[in-house]
Design a protein around this ligand. Sequence first.
Ligand code: PEP
Ligand code: MG
Length: 582
Amino acid sequence: MSLTLHGIGVSRGIAIGKVHIVKHEPVEISEYCLPKQHLDEEILRFEKAHNLAREQLQEIQERLPKESTVDIAGFIDAHLLMLDDSLLSKIPRDLIYKHQCNAEWALQMQCESIVERFEKIDDPYFKARQDDVKQVVTRIQRILRGYPDPSFDLAVTDLAQSIVLADDLSPADTILMRHHGILAFATEYGGTTSHTAILARSLGIPAIVGLHRASPYIQPDELIIVDGTRGVILAEPDECNLHYYKIRQYNDKCSRAALNKIKKSPTITRDGIPITLDINIEFPEDMVAVQRVGGEGIGLYRTEFLFMNRVAPPNEEEHFEAYRKVIQALKGHTVTIRTVDLGSDKQVTDSRYHDGVATNPALGLRAVRLCLKDHKLFKPQLRAILRASAIGKVRMMIPMVCDLQEITQIKHMIQEMRTELRHKSLEFDPAMPIGIMVEVPAMAICIDFLMPEIDFLSIGTNDLIQYTLAIDRNDEAVSYLYNPLHPAVLRLIKMSIDGANKAGKPISMCGEMASDSRYIRLLLGLGLRSFSVNPESYLEIKKIIINSNLRGLTHIANQILQTASQDNINSLLDTINVRIDI
Ligand code: PEP
Ligand code: MG
């Protein structure tokens, strides 16, 4: 009999395939006292695990795609060096003899002693090394305990045509998976606008989050169906279910093919108003998807993925190279490069950019705050963006600004960078537009103060909703409150649009609300004329725009703005979406 499991569908589509289970459960390490005559045997066990750890790392390295912009290879190199250092190859052996203890415990003692030494040094480089040591030690301990290693698993297993079912997947894990050609993924944790969900949409594969302890019900290699549209998993599907979902899969394929017909049409409404429709990307490799759907400009290039799965942050040349690839593929259209938005759920694998565990990471040292604190991290990116502005149309966008002072500080830094570049005779565009994301409600409320300071705005609804309604966007327990139609959210959006229009400066929306077909007509009615969406939604959104008549939308959009009850808002939204005369 088929078993149905429910979660939150975060990326549409149907996938039918075999399951690959990924678990990040921690390894529990206890101390055992060993009789003297067993110590040689224990040393042998340690050496075997140590060798296996090396083989795993070498295998990951061999299998990494050569064309990746992410420097995972450097990360693995550093782990290999550390593994072979006497600190982790010889001293644990000595400790086994000295304390007559098991190998896991000897490693644990040695790890704590190394970390303690690094902790005393107040240098971000050594802080980063602490995490590397912990990761290498955990790798050997997992082998000793017989636990599979999730990162090894994701990097080396042939996941083509499989469905990944995980307790959780970090954005860094999804980078490892993206080259594998997986069919879909499902996780037990995570919210609709978590970055892992956003990545699934940009890859165009079905995904479900918030499944709550689904893995005990599903066996590795079992055939399942993932319905990303409805947020449902079907385990052990019978013939009838399989037939039904195969038909739905076929219908989806046909509707996508039909959308291809509007690929070359201009994005103009029925009453002749041109609308800007840009695309959000995460990697230069995403330009393939942009071209596939006939996209032009990039309204949001998220750069934090350049920083993940590696030891040191990217240098100026690595940044520049990534931007150059995108600019070259754009053939004269504009790219909006967002400065790095690390922190909160977009963590790198070490403590380079966070001191200990923040109580509220989403409210902590994230995005522009981190950049203004850590110039070593930020300046190479700033210089690279400025240099990139000499080879194409580039706009620079700053995330999570909450105070005008932050803009002043950034502009000051840019001024310094320009002087440096001039001294080095390196070219840049002195008129490169500098804009911010409206993600913190304070910026929408103070829009009149903000406008003279910047060249353009983009509304980041993923965070704007999180911060307006005080709900963690990654926490499935409160995802029922995550509501783009909340009157407070709509009012902040309207205030931003009106403020930008009044100042005569461009405003767009790059949050996921802009990629959701249900909200496009409402946003057009609120006065929005520029959208940046994920590649998979691009043609569907374009179709809605070219079938809309702006004249009829404003009235209903204003009615929605004046409505308190959610039921009434929903029925007005239905009206705005189904009427064919507007
Ligand atoms: C947003 O917050 O809407 C946004 C586009 O940024 P991110 O999802 O990367 O935080
Ligand atoms: Mg954001």
